[in-house]
Design a protein around this ligand. Structure first.
Ligand code: NAD
Length: 510
């Protein structure tokens, strides 16, 4: 029997209207631990009836208040308390996240602080928020009346799940929305921590609600529910397309943060060692289960062989081991289904390209979802391992000769989430970055960002950008109110004949 982390409940239950609930159907699903794939806890498997109840609780809390009508400072005070509670459970969260999702414990350690920062950041933004007023002298004043959009449906993936949840919960709650969260079914355990956190922080009853279950059951019902005014979804492109279609009936506001196949372009004048460190970290940290992973590396032909040799040598030395071991750099993938997907891509890659490191299960780890850091070289742009998101510790390396070719290769995929450009030529860095079809580009660095900047993808990587005030805008209605200051000229239908001015042809307009 495996040792569970301390402090887990007997079973994971939905939470709505301020209380815990089993599924109406009584159904549960098994939660597996990825180093043995043994079931260690069960979670309530939500369906339409559970979603109906949770949405009703969220709607009641929205319609009856006080949450949407609180002063920004009052809501910010509660959000800061949420952040304090999150920061307090750093060790507990790291242990649970690592155990449940397979994230190496060393990389799980920072998750609580990052999640807490999301709450502090959006608490700061709402107290400093300014909305516009526009004056047409002597005629009108127009102003923006910002209002929370309503009940927010939040659907999250299983990679760094708690942090991903905080990235949606913080701006949704800051905006004054009430929420129903649907965490990923592979990793529901850390989401359960929110219940205690929200209660301790004083979030009013019905403002935060959570329904567990799979996408076809709970996720689908949340998207189709007539009373969820918006859906913020993070997940795969395939599911994103379904959510996009299902949102149409009720004209849902949608934010879709989807997958990626992000290129790192390394030019001949780059700082070789830094580019090497960064591209290794970029694809092998978080077990390669990272939306912004640099999973394609494009390398200038003049340094290609040297790069391949150095990259493969380092990849072979990456420490693969149990998630709980502090020296582990790469641990078990989240779930056997995902392990099957990643290893099937490795087999495809063996027919498409040249394997230069890894390619299978590490010999010292005979059970669990372990995969060696796997590196393919000479990957052609039409190869599936070049085009499709694998979402594991597998990287495709391809040579290029000119800047134009590098840009063309970078853009030659369905996705457009992130990109990384490595060069010491200032003009080239900016020109190449600007020409890449992606929502985000890092020049000579990886994945460190300021929360005020736009976050999101283009093409198959998503719709809408969050980050900073963009997130608050997504969860809000910005109503324009136009107030007349002087006499309003009204074309007098049914009165006298029309003059040119009556028809609005002569006068100035805004
Ligand atoms: P997924 O699409 O399988 O599932 C994501 C969530 O959607 C889960 O909660 C799932 O239960 C739910 N879901 C599934 N079918 C649904 C449906 N029909 N209606 C409503 N909800 C449904 O994705 P995943 O495998 O959990 O996560 C990995 C993917 O997420 C990768 O593609 C990764 O790149 C992407 N991701 C993107 C970002 C980003 O910010 N762009 C961040 C993290 C992960």
């Amino acid at each position: 029997m495996i040792d569970k982390p301390a402090g887990l409940p007997e079973r994971i239950q939905h939470y709505y209207g301020g209380a815990l609930h089993d599924s109406v159907s009584g159904e549960v699903f098994d939660v597996l631990e990825p180093t043995t794939n043994q079931n260690y806890i069960t979670a309530a498997a939500g369906g339409k009836e559970d979603v109906d109840r949770a949405v009703a609780a969220a709607k009641k809390a929205f319609d009856e208040g006080p949450w949407p009508h609180m002063l920004p400072r009052e809501r910010a005070t509660i959000l800061n308390r949420v952040a304090d509670e999150v920061a307090k459970i750093n060790d507990e969260l790291a242990a649970i996240e690592s155990f449940d999702s397979g994230l190496p414990i060393r990389q799980a350690k920072g998750q609580a602080n990052r999640a807490a920062e999301n709450f502090r950041f959006f608490a700061d933004l709402i107290v400093a928020q300014v909305d516009g007023a526009f004056k047409m002298p002597g005629r009108q004043i127009n102003y923006v009346n910002r209002k929370p959009l309503g009940v927010a449906g939040l659907i999250t993936p299983w990679n760094t799940p708690f942090m991903q949840e905080s990235w949606k919960l913080a701006p949704a709650l800051a905006s004054g929305c009430t929420v129903v969260l649907k965490p990923a079914e592979f990793t529901p355990v850390s989401a359960n921590l929110w219940v205690d956190i929200m209660e301790k922080a004083g979030v009013p009853e019905g403002v935060f609600n959570i329904v567990y279950g799979d996408g076809a059951g709970a996720g689908d019902a949340l998207v189709k529910h007539p009373d969820t005014n918006l859906i913020s979804f993070t997940g795969s492109l395939a599911t994103g397309k379904i959510v996009y279609g299902n949102g149409a009936e009720h004209m849902k506001h949608l934010s879709l943060e989807l997958g990626g196949k992000s290129p790192a372009i390394i030019f001949e004048d780059a700082d070789f060692e830094k580019a090497l460190d960064s591209t290794l970290f970029g694809v092998f940290s978080l077990n390669g289960e990272r939306c912004t992973a640099s999973s394609r590396i494009l390398v200038h032909r003049s340094i290609y062989d040297r790069f391949l040799e150095a990259y493969a040598e380092r990849a072979n030395k990456i420490v693969v081991g149990p998630p709980s071991d502090p020296v582990t750099e790469l641990a078990a993938l989240v779930h056997p289904e995902h392990y099957e997907k990643v290893t099937s891509y490795i087999e495809i890659g063996k027919h498409e390209a040249r394997l230069i490191a890894g390619g299978g299960r590490p010999h010292h780890l005979p059970e669990g979802n372990y995969v060696e850091p796997t590196v393919f070289a000479d990957v052609a742009p039409d190869a599936r391992i070049f085009q499709e998101e694998i979402f594991g510790p597998v990287v495709a390396i391809t040579p290029f000769d000119t800047d134009e070719e590098a840009i063309e290769l970078a853009n030659n995929v369905e996705y457009g989430l992130a990109a990384y450009v490595w060069t010491n030529d200032i003009a080239r860095a900016h020109n190449v970055a600007g020409a890449i079809e992606s929502g985000m580009v890092w020049i000579n660095s990886h994945n460190v960002r300021d929360l005020r900047t736009p976050f999101g993808g283009v093409k198959g990587s998503g719709l809408g950008h969050e980050g900073g005030y963009r997130s608050l805008d997504f969860y809000s209605i910005q109503q324009s109110i136009h107030v007349t200051l002087g006499d309003v000229h009204t074309t007098r239908f049914g009165a006298t004949g029309y003059s040119e001015r009556d028809l609005g042809l002569g006068g100035p307009s805004a």
